[in-house]
Design a protein around this ligand. Structure first.
Ligand code: AMP
Length: 542
C-alpha cells in the first residue's frame, strides 16, 4: 500500500521561495570590492535573483545548460546560485585558484555558456578567454561605476544586467533529480573531475547539515562561511541558512585575512563559522597579536584537512567550540562531524584530545564502511584501518561525462580515497589518503598522525610526512617541515625529541628536512605527489 502524502519535489527553488516568505527580513552582509559592508535581506536578494533570472532568460538557454561562476563569497554570488539553478540551469562554480590550464579544461569540459566573474578575476579570464570559444558572454560582478574596460567578449556589468530584468518571474517546475550545480574536484593527479549535484541531493544535504550534531543552525545564528562558494558550495551553507533564516556574513576576498574576519565576527555578532585549518591559523595569529577576542563566536567547523590539536586548544581559550567535519566534493560535501565537545566531561584530558581530532561520526544519510585490500569489511574497533567507502543520497553516483570511475567499482558504493579507522562509538578517523599511506616493513604508518604531532610543535608552521624508499623497510617516513617565523633556529634533533612518547617508536620519522614552503593544491591541500618528486633523490642516512 502506498502512503497518502504529497509528492512535493525537493528543489532549491523551494528553499528560496520559503525563505522569501518566512525569513525575508534575515540579513546578508557581504564584503565586496565595491563595498566592504554591503547589507541586504533575503527578501531583497531573492527579488534580485528573479530580476537576474529574467535577464538570463533573454539568452535563450536550454534547461540543464551550464552557467559558470568565478567568484568570492558574497550576495551577488548567492543571487547567481539561485537564479541559475531555479531557472533550470546548472550553476558551475569554478575555483579561481586552479591553474589557468585547468580552468580552461573545466570550462570547455563543462561546455559553460556564460561566465559570471568577480572584478578580481577579469585579467586572469581575459588571458584565457580565447581558449574557451564555447563561452557566449561574460558578466562582471560589479556596478557601472566600477566596471572595468575589458577585452572579454560580450562583457556585461552585473548590476546593469540585474537592473534590466523585471522582478516578476515565474520559476519553472523542476524535477527534483534535475542537476542544479556542478563542481570539479581538484585532484592532485590527472584532469579535474566534475561532480554534478541535483536539486534533491542539495536539499537533503542542507537539511542534514542543520542537525544539532552537524552544524546545528537556527534562526538566531549568524553564520560566516569562510569555506568558498566556489568549492563544494561553501559546505552547503548558502542553502542551509535560508532554510532556517540564519543571518549570513560573507567575507568576499578576505577569507585569509585574520583582521577582517575578526572585525566581521565582532561587528556582525557571528555565532558560527566554517573553514579549513589554514584560515583558523590566520585568525588565531591575528587574535594573539592584537589581543582581540571573538566573544560572540560559539562554534566553528574545521574540515577539508586534518586539524592540528593546537588550533582546537587555542580556540578553547577563547571559549569557542571547534568541531571537525569530514567530507569531500563528491559528498556535497559533509559526511561526518565531531560533536565530542558536548561530552568532554566524560573523558580524561588526553583521551578527549584523541577523540576530538577524529573525523567524527557519520551524519544520518551517510552510510560508511572500511574495507581491507581483499575488499572485505573491517570491524569498527578503532584499530583496523582500511579504505573508506560511503553511500547515500548526496554522494555522487558517477562523475560528469565520465563513463567509468575506479571510485565506483563496487556497485552502490563510492570509494573516498581516504584510509580510516572507525571505533565502536562510530567515530571515524582519517589516517591517510590511499595514495599517501606509508608501508614500512608491511605495516601501515599514518602520515596524518605523525603530522599532527609535528604541527603542534610551537616552532613548526607546517609539516608533511611522506613515505620514502628505504632499502630494508621498503618505505620509511620522511618529515618535511616549514619553520615558523619565530622558530628559525628549530633543529631536527629538537623535533625528534618532541616525538618521544607521543607516537609509537617505529612511526617516528627516519629523517627531518626543512623547506621554505610546501607545495599546495588550489584548495590548500599539501601536494604530496609533488613533494615526493622533490625528494625523489633523497637518501636516508645510513
Ligand atoms: P575536497 O573534495 O577538495 O573537499 O577534498 C576532500 C578530501 O579532503 C577528503 O577525501 C580528505 O582526504 C580530506 N579531508 C576533508 N576533511 C578532512 C578532515 N576533517 N580530516 C582529514 N582530511 C580531511
Amino acid at each position: 500500500m502506498q502512503g497518502l502524502m504529497m509528492d512535493t519535489q525537493l528543489t532549491v527553488t523551494s528553499i528560496m521561495e520559503f525563505a522569501e516568505r518566512v525569513n525575508s527580513n534575515a540579513e546578508i552582509v557581504s564584503f565586496t570590492r565595491d563595498n566592504p559592508r554591503h547589507r541586504c535581506t533575503y527578501g531583497e536578494a531573492f527579488a534580485r535573483a528573479r530580476q537576474l533570472a529574467n535577464s538570463v532568460a533573454g539568452w535563450g538557454l536550454e534547461p540543464g545548460d551550464r552557467i559558470a561562476t568565478l567568484a568570492w563569497n558574497d550576495y551577488r554570488h548567492l543571487e547567481t546560485y539561485y537564479a541559475s539553478a531555479c531557472s533550470g540551469y546548472v550553476c558551475h562554480t569554478i575555483n579561481p585558484r586552479l591553474f589557468p590550464e585547468q580552468i580552461v579544461y573545466i570550462i570547455n569540459h563543462a561546455e559553460d555558456q556564460y561566465v559570471f566573474l568577480d572584478l578580481d578575476f577579469v585579467p586572469m579570464v581575459e588571458a584565457l578567454a580565447a581558449e574557451c570559444p564555447g563561452v557566449r558572454g561574460y558578466v562582471v560582478m560589479t556596478d557601472e561605476e566600477n566596471m572595468p574596460s575589458t577585452s572579454l567578449p560580450g562583457a556585461i556589468c552585473y548590476e546593469t544586467f540585474v537592473g534590466a530584468g523585471s522582478a516578476e518571474f515565474e520559476w519553472p517546475e523542476i524535477d527534483e533529480n534535475a542537476a542544479c550545480a556542478l563542481c570539479y574536484t581538484s585532484g592532485t593527479t590527472g584532469n579535474p573531475k566534475g561532480v554534478l549535484y541535483s536539486h534533491r541531493s542539495t536539499m537533503l544535504h542542507a537539511y542534514a547539515t542543520l542537525m544539532p550534531d552537524a552544524m546545528g543552525l537556527s534562526s538566531t545564528d549568524v553564520v560566516l562561511p569562510i569555506v568558498p562558494m566556489f568549492h563544494v558550495n561553501a559546505w552547503g551553507t548558502p542553502y542551509a541558512c535560508p532554510m532556517v533564516g540564519a543571518k549570513l556574513v560573507f567575507p568576499g576576498s578576505k577569507m585569509g585575512d585574520g583582521e577582517t574576519l575578526a572585525a566581521l565576527i565582532n561587528e556582525e555578532g557571528v555565532t558560527m563559522s566554517a573553514g579549513v585549518p589554514t584560515v583558523w591559523l590566520g585568525l588565531l595569529a591575528y587574535l594573539k597579536a592584537s589581543g582581540k577576542r571573538v566573544d560572540t563566536l560559539e562554534k566553528i567547523i574545521v574540515g577539508g584537512a586534518a586539524c592540528p590539536l593546537s588550533v582546537m586548544e587555542d580556540f578553547d581559550t577563547y571559549g569557542v567550540e571547534s568541531r571537525v567535519g569530514w567530507g569531500m566534493t563528491e559528498m556535497s560535501p559533509l559526511g561526518s562531524t565531531n560533536a565530542s565537545y558536548a561530552s568532554r566531561d566524560d573523558y580524561a584530558e588526553e583521551a578527549f584530545a584523541k577523540i576530538r581530532l577524529k573525523g567524527g561520526r557519520p551524519i544520518f544519510g551517510v552510510d560508511m564502511k572500511i574495507v581491507g585490500d581483499d575488499g572485505q569489511e573491517l570491524p569498527w574497533d578503532g584499530v583496523a584501518f582500511g579504505s573508506l567507502k560511503v553511500r547515500g543520497p548526496w554522494i555522487c553516483s558517477n562523475y560528469y561525462k565520465l563513463d567509468e570511475s575506479d571510485a565506483h567499482a563496487e556497485e552502490g558504493w563510492f570509494e573516498t580515497g581516504d584510509v580510516a579507522t572507525i571505533d565502536p562509538q562510530g567515530y571515524m578517523a582519517i589516517t591517510d589518503r590511499t595514495k599517501d599511506v606509508i608501508k614500512s616493513g608491511g605495516e601501515w604508518i599514518s602520515s596524518i598522525d605523525v603530522e599532527n604531532v609535528a604541527i603542534d610543535h610551537p616552532k613548526v608552521a607546517e609539516a608533511a610526512v611522506i613515505g620514502h624508499f628505504h632499502p630494508k623497510w621498503s618505505e620509511r617516513p620522511l618529515l618535511v617541515v616549514v619553520r615558523a617565523a619565530d622558530g628559525q633556529d628549530l633543529t631536527a634533533d629538537e623535533i625528534m625529541a618532541w616525538f618521544e612518547g607521543k607516537i609509537a617508536k617505529w612511526w617516528m620519522p627516519d629523517a627531518v628536512e626543512f623547506v621554505d614552503e610546501l607545495p599546495h593544491t588550489a584548495t590548500g591541500k599539501i601536494q604530496k605527489v609533488k613533494l615526493r618528486e622533490i625528494f625523489s633523490d633523497f637518501a636516508f642516512p645510513e
